[in-house]
Ligand binder design. Structure first.
Ligand code: PEP
Length: 250
């Protein structure tokens, strides 16, 4: 049985003072929930704060992006090794907000995925389709292409120690979550595609759902067989709402 994983994606929110309050509330409310793993992905400048407040708790921390390169003259970039310096254990890769705004290709995302793994970080790979693609019925094709870029470059075994987050773009930040059936169907498809190549990797792979998860819809989603947790944006900025979602994982 895969332990549920709940990832808070703070995006570009917070400051030292509000983060302190939020992390204190996370520690108080989420530490007792020992049936799941909680991770908070903070903006880069707050990694040191996350490290100092979360070390010796059962809440892990990470970042929302990394460079595709290991080191060098890449102004403004942050490497996987730098995240490790701050005790990070996870990193979000290929979030659609970045992929759209900064034109990240599937190949770029695949390289970042491997950078993360090479440096001992667990990549949380975001995949998902636009509304137009869903309405055209090609959502599985779109997600398959995103997965296949990594599989063709590195093989399916790399998913054994990874996390995939299915994030339909039309559901992110819109208040319109996928139904449990829509999400389960895509999660089953993702696991099945990897299982055809590597059964063990597929069985251990955690597949999260992300997109307007809230305390009200969390139970319906998390009860589904192939939904192993969530990537939570807006509701993770409110400790009480995030706690409600995490408790739904029980
Ligand atoms: C996200 O940040 O990936 C996300 C799913 O955001 P929200 O929960 O706000 O839809």
């Amino acid at each position: 049985m895969r332990q549920k994983l709940m990832v808070a994606n703070w995006k570009m929110h917070g400051n030292l003072a509000t983060n302190k309050q939020l992390l204190e509330a996370y520690i108080e409310k989420l530490s007792p929930l020992n049936y799941l793993q909680v991770v908070v992905c903070v903006p880069y400048p707050y990694l040191a704060q996350a490290q100092s407040m979360l070390q010796n708790t059962n809440i892990a921390w990470g970042a929302q992006n990394i460079s595709k390169d290991a080191v060098g003259a890449f102004t403004g970039e942050v490497s996987a090794a730098m995240l490790k310096d701050f005790g990070a254990s996870y990193v979000v890769i290929g979030h659609s907000e970045r992929a759209t705004a900064y034109c990240e290709s599937d190949e770029n995302i695949a390289t970042k995925f491997m950078q993360a793994q090479t440096h001992g970080l667990i990549p949380i790979l975001c995949v998902g389709e636009t509304l137009i693609e869903r309405e055209a019925g090609v959502m599985q094709m779109v997600v398959a292409k995103q997965l296949d870029t990594i599989i063709n470059l590195y093989g399916a075994a790399v998913f054994a120690n990874a996390v995939i987050s299915y994030e339909p773009i039309w559901a992110i930040g819109t208040g319109l979550a996928a139904s449990a059936e829509q999400a389960q169907s895509m999660h089953e498809f993702i696991r099945g595609r990897i299982a055809k190549l590597d059964q063990a990797a597929a069985a251990s792979l955690k597949i999260l759902y992300g997109g307007s998860v809230n305390p009200q819809n969390a139970v319906q989603l998390l009860v589904m067989q192939d939904i192993d947790g969530g990537l939570i944006g807006k509701c993770s900025l409110n400790a009480q709402e995030f706690e409600g979602i995490c408790r739904a994982a029980a």
